[in-house]
Design a protein around this ligand. Structure first.
Ligand code: NAD
Ligand code: MG
Length: 384
């Protein structure tokens, strides 16, 4: 029996790579739901190729175009934010691949969990914002949340077969991004196009900027805490510029397991989709015979202060990660439009974290309120 996949964010970097995995393995998977925010052209093309049950275009002004293009097919077409959540409640799929970027991914993902659907999770912001509520719901509904993020997939793979053996700590590896080793006097002049060049991974714009500021690693620390039920002090970050070790787990006997391979997101994507199976592929392999050195160093949190802010949010918890995330989304949005400088992003986040009221144990409603208030305040700082 094929696994029926609901691909939320099908036009993005994760989404298109997931479709490549589905295309290469038609005996294992079908695409039943495809969603996109703006890119109607690609959504239409994907729908005609994969013949899903349903598509959603987030931007309602593009509904007619998609509807008309798919008129001769059985594919159902919906539009708007609410439709994303409604479609996540449909019965036509077995696994959600959560590949929407940012806070927008939270509601549909939570809806899938609510419906008892397993989730392959790329959308890390979902756990950063409301990890307690999402994981609690997943446990209650006995829904597996399988990480797609390469570091978390690595840790997940290291834990297979360990049953209840406690984790001593995890070591999250970071490439360091394009500005590894640079100091503030350099970073102050960094522009959008420069920051969009990542040395090892080709990804969507938001996560590429997050990788350049190290906010991505900060978000991943919080993501790891929720996925693997860790205390903040059990999460360590090490810069590993070659991105060959995707992360490690140290157990209580001091033994360390690492998961390795060439950096290619299709690997963690297909692992999450096929788990517990592994799928044969012809992707290039890492070759130990070639000259290569794997190096490790501590992150420079004095220069890359976003990582320090995220660490603070990890330790304090409550709605602080939600505030951090919302301010970061606004700051990155503004940076991508050349409205703020590279280092200004950190100031926006820090000032928003200091301004908003701390709530130790927020309800879901309070997370939504916090997100909205943090966005509004961060936007006033930038005069958006
Ligand atoms: P992307 O920008 O390439 O794609 C985002 C997708 O989400 C697109 O399909 C877009 O249409 C949709 N989308 C954007 N805004 C939306 C909104 N407001 N409502 C509904 N849909 C919306 O992003 P990406 O790089 O594919 O990343 C997706 C998620 O996966 C992010 O959370 C990112 O952190 C995570 N992730 C990505 C990678 C990677 O290699 N790209 C690696 C690890 C984790
Ligand atoms: Mg990652």
């Amino acid at each position: 029996m094929q696994k029926r996949i609901a691909l939320f964010g099908s036009t993005g970097s994760i989404g298109t790579q997931a479709l490549a995995v589905i295309e290469a393995n038609p005996q294992l998977f079908t695409a039943e739901i495809l969603t996109a925010q703006q890119n109607d052209e690609l959504l239409i093309k994907q729908a005609l190729q994969f013949q899903p049950n349903t598509v959603v275009i987030g931007d309602e002004s593009r509904y007619q175009k998609v509807k008309q293009a798919l008129a001769g097919t059985d594919i159902k077409v919906f539009a708007g934010e609410k439709a994303l959540e409604e479609v996540a409640a449909l019965d036509c799929y077995d696994l959600m691949l959560a590949g929407i970027v940012g806070f927008a991914g939270l509601k549909p993902t939570l809806q899938a969990v609510e419906q008892g659907k397993p989730v392959a999770l790329a959308n890390k912001e979902t756990l950063v914002v409301a990890g307690d509520i999402v994981m609690q719901k997943a446990i209650e509904k006995r829904v597996p949340i399988i990480p797609v993020d390469s570091e978390h997939s690595a840790i997940f793979q290291c834990l297979v077969g360990e049953n209840l053996n406690p984790i001593d700590k995890i070591i999250l590896t970071a490439s360091g991004g394009p500005f590894l080793g640079k100091k503030p006097n350099f970073l102050v002049n960094v522009k959008r196009d420069h920051a969009l060049q990542h040395p090892n991974w080709s990804m969507g714009a938001k996560i590429t900027i997050d990788s350049a500021t190290l906010m991505n690693k900060g978000l991943e620390m919080i993501e790891a805490k929720w996925l693997f039920n860790l205390k903040p002090e059990q999460v360590q970050v090490m810069v590993h510029p070659q991105s060959i070790i995707h992360s490690m787990v140290q157990f209580e006997d001091g033994s360390i397991k690492a998961q390795m391979g060439l950096p290619d997101m299709k690997l963690p994507i297909q692992y999450a989709m096929a788990f517990p199976q592994r799928i044969v592929n012809q992707f290039p392999r890492y070759d130990f015979r070639k000259p290569n050195t794997l190096t490790f160093e501590e992150p420079d949190v004095k220069t890359f202060r976003n990582l320090a802010l995220a660490t603070e949010a990890l330790y304090k918890g409550g709605n602080l990660p939600c505030i951090l995330n919302a301010a970061n989304e606004i700051a990155v949005y503004a940076f991508l439009r050349n409205r703020v400088g590279f280092l200004d992003m950190t100031d926006v986040i820090e000032r928003t974290m200091n301004k908003l009221e701390f709530i130790a144990e927020p309800t879901l409603e309070q997370y939504f309120e916090t997100d909205a208030a943090a966005r509004e305040f961060a936007a006033t700082l930038i005069h958006l």
